[in-house]
Design a protein around this ligand. Structure first.
Ligand code: TRP
Length: 332
């Protein structure tokens, strides 16, 4: 039996951090054997914010290197750049004819952008969900591992698929969100102000590219308090988060030791953070160093992109041929 098709897009802006690692990449890594995976860097999407042309390639190569260093295996998944698959913009154009201005204007992520950047409300921003639908439907994917913030976009992809099907004939499966809830640990920012992925505070975010010193400094500055006032007290979010970070980087004895100390009101957060900092360094350093090594080896990254694009285009070509035929573009 053929494997189910999975698609996900990787943003090329911003450095990857622990929230990305545990929220997304680790899940991608778990999927790569069981599914037919297409993972791509969404470089066309990033053009909505007009990045510096000189910065584009380094950011694409960096995010690729960091994903590979985190365990994505280009031999198992198709790893490619969106801009290397011209069938995606072709399908985007077709889907744009089925997407309505009114529904696009209502999308919360669009409204946020309008509010934050009123000077750059371009049509690409408005049709961002259509391009995302094309990314997914181009492989007729059934599962899409995305976070909560992308669920509305996925619902729109289903709507566009359904609209295409009812106008031209059954063709696209309706892609569903792939959830990992139970296994996904949520990483909060170190200043206790919400999810690490949403944090704007670089000092409260641990990046996969941080030096050992950066990591130590950030962990030592993480928010704590005077400690629990009574045995077995409930943990405030920011303390809970330190234990979550320990649970993904430290050994079971270490976790048990500090949990016991907390529950018996003997915890010394300074000691806990020192231990966590060392375990975190041991966790991040190999990923960081592997990513740096990958990034220096451009020839290999280019080869990976090329092979990924070939695989993606093979699948995309079948979809485009089928869609053109259904639409009536079959002149020869
Ligand atoms: N919009 C997604 C994000 O901001 C990235 C993305 C682009 C994507 N195309 C996609 C995710 C297709 C899943 C499928 O994270």
């Amino acid at each position: 039996m053929s494997k189910e098709i999975v698609v996900s897009g990787i943003r090329s802006t911003g450095h990857l951090h622990l929230g990305n690692y545990f929220g997304a990449i680790q899940n991608y890594v778990k999927m790569q054997d069981a599914y037919d995976c297409y993972f791509f860097v969404a470089d066309y999407h990033s053009l909505t914010t007009h990045p510096d042309p000189k910065a584009l390639k380094p950011s694409v190569f960096r995010v690729l290197a960091e994903n590979i260093a985190s365990g994505l295996d280009p031999e198992k998944v198709a790893l490619y750049a969106q801009s290397d698959v011209p069938e995606i913009p072709e399908l985007y154009l077709m889907l744009n004819m089925l997407a309505y201005k009114g529904e696009l204007e209502k999308v919360p992520t669009f409204k946020d952008k309008v509010r934050l950047h009123p000077e750059n409300v371009n049509a690409g921003l408005l049709t961002y969900p259509v391009l995302m639908a094309a990314d997914i439907l181009i492989h007729r994917a059934v599962k899409v591992p995305v976070g909560k913030d992308q669920e509305q976009h996925l619902e729109m992809a289903r709507n566009f698929a359904e609209r295409f099907n009812s106008r031209y004939g059954e063709f696209f499966p309706e892609p569903q969100v792939f959830r990992f809830n139970s296994e996904t640990v949520k990483i909060m920012s170190l200043d206790g102000t919400g999810k690490m992925s949403k944090s704007e505070n670089v000092n409260a975010t641990i990046y996969l590219s941080d030096t050992d010193e950066d990591i130590r400094k950030k962990i030592m500055k993480a928010k704590t308090d005077q400690g629990p006032a009574e045995p077995n007290a409930a943990m405030p979010d920011y303390i809970q988060n330190l234990f979550v970070l320990m649970s993904v980087t430290s050994g079971p004895e270490t976790i048990a030791r500090f949990t016991d100390a907390y529950n018996s009101c003997n915890i010394r957060y300074g000691d806990m953070k020192k231990q966590l900092a060392e375990d975190m360094v041991a966790f991040v350093a190999p990923i960081r160093d592997h990513a740096a090594e990958q990034q220096r080896d451009e020839a290999t990254l280019r080869k990976i992109l090329k092979t990924g694009a070939e695989k993606a285009r093979e699948s995309a070509a079948v979809t485009i041929a089928g869609a053109r035929k259904l639409i009536g573009i079959n002149y020869y």
